[in-house]
Write a protein that binds this ligand. Structure first.
Ligand code: ADP
Ligand code: MG
Length: 273
């Protein structure tokens, strides 16, 4: 059984307005189906407005779709019992793009990372502190960062705090919604490296949402491409994505190839499709 199954999900914002002649709401998601296997990362690609964040929210249980189902470990997340829903919330975490707006500016790193532990674990204060320190160390920060406030961290460091919070409860799946998109290239590659290590160490699965095909390539095992709410392609490997003749995929690929003379040469020679 797949860890996550998304089945025929369709969603419109403001779909049921009264007193309108016809339903003029734009569909953010149209009949989207895919699954994520345990321990793998699905890169969800698409341009701005394609519906990626909406799909992320549907999976996180915070945007109930009008049609379709989301199964996590076989449980329908919108119809499971309260007890199962609580377990799903624990196993399903998220890291958003904007590290600053995803945290309370008046909370120290210690409190930010402690929050999920307080909600789910029965730890003594000293156990909790030890856990937070080991989480900080696991993401490349240290005990010295415990008492720092969000504004005292760089964007990349704060994203590490957000990642520490996301892994605190040893979840099964993390939705990463443009989590590295606003970081500079060097920081981006360091965070991607950290995410890859965590994935291997904890057997984590990711839904890696991005508009950046290069970032997706560096971390994903499988790929989906969303365009105007529709999943126009699902690919089991980088090779498959590279071989796709879909114009949307070609456009994304070309935007990367244009930056890499070596790849351009390979393509001209016909060594790359
Ligand atoms: P992406 O993350 O791929 O940029 P989104 O899922 O944010 O795309 O948005 C998909 C579509 O849904 C867009 O047309 C957007 O304007 C619309 N949309 C997103 N959030 C809302 C909302 N809360 N209310 C109304 N429309 C929304
Ligand atoms: Mg988005």
């Amino acid at each position: 059984m797949s860890l996550l199954q998304v089945k025929e999900v369709t969603h419109s914002y403001n779909a049921k307005k009264l007193f309108t002649w016809k339903d003029q709401s734009k569909k953010a998601l149209i009949d989207v189906s895919f699954s994520i296997e345990e321990g793998t990362c699905l890169g969800l690609l698409g341009t701005s407005g394609a519906g990626k964040s909406t799909l992320g929210k549907v999976i996180l249980g915070i945007q109930r779709p009008q049609h379709g189902r989301v199964l996590f470990q076989g449980y329908d997340i919108y119809h499971a019992s309260k007890m199962i829903q609580r377990k799903i919330r624990r196993d399903l975490q998220v890291v958003f793009q904007d590290s600053y707006s995803s945290v309370n500016p008046r909370m120290t790193a210690e409190r930010i990372i402690s929050e999920p532990l307080q909600n789910y674990e029965n730890l003594t204060l000293s156990e909790q502190k030890r856990t937070v320190i080991s989480l900080l160390e696991r993401v490349g920060l240290s005990e010295k960062d415990l008492k720092k406030y969000p504004h005292q961290f760089s964007g990349g460091q704060l994203q590490r705090v957000n990642i520490a919070r996301a892994i605190a409860l040893k979840p099964k799946l993390i939705v990463l919604d443009e989590s590295v998109s606003s970081l500079d290239m060097v920081t981006q590659s360091l965070i991607l490296q950290l995410l890859r290590e965590l994935k291997d160490d904890f057997g984590l699965s990711y839904l890696f949402i991005t508009h950046d095909i290069k970032a997706a390539f560096s971390i994903s095992d499988t790929f989906g491409v969303l365009e105007k709410g529709e999943l126009i392609g699902l690919y089991d490997s980088k090779d498959q994505l590279f071989a796709s003749k879909h114009p949307v995929v070609e456009r994304m690929r070309d935007s990367v190839l244009a930056e890499h003379p070596r790849l351009r040469t390979l393509r001209a020679r016909g060594n790359l499709v």
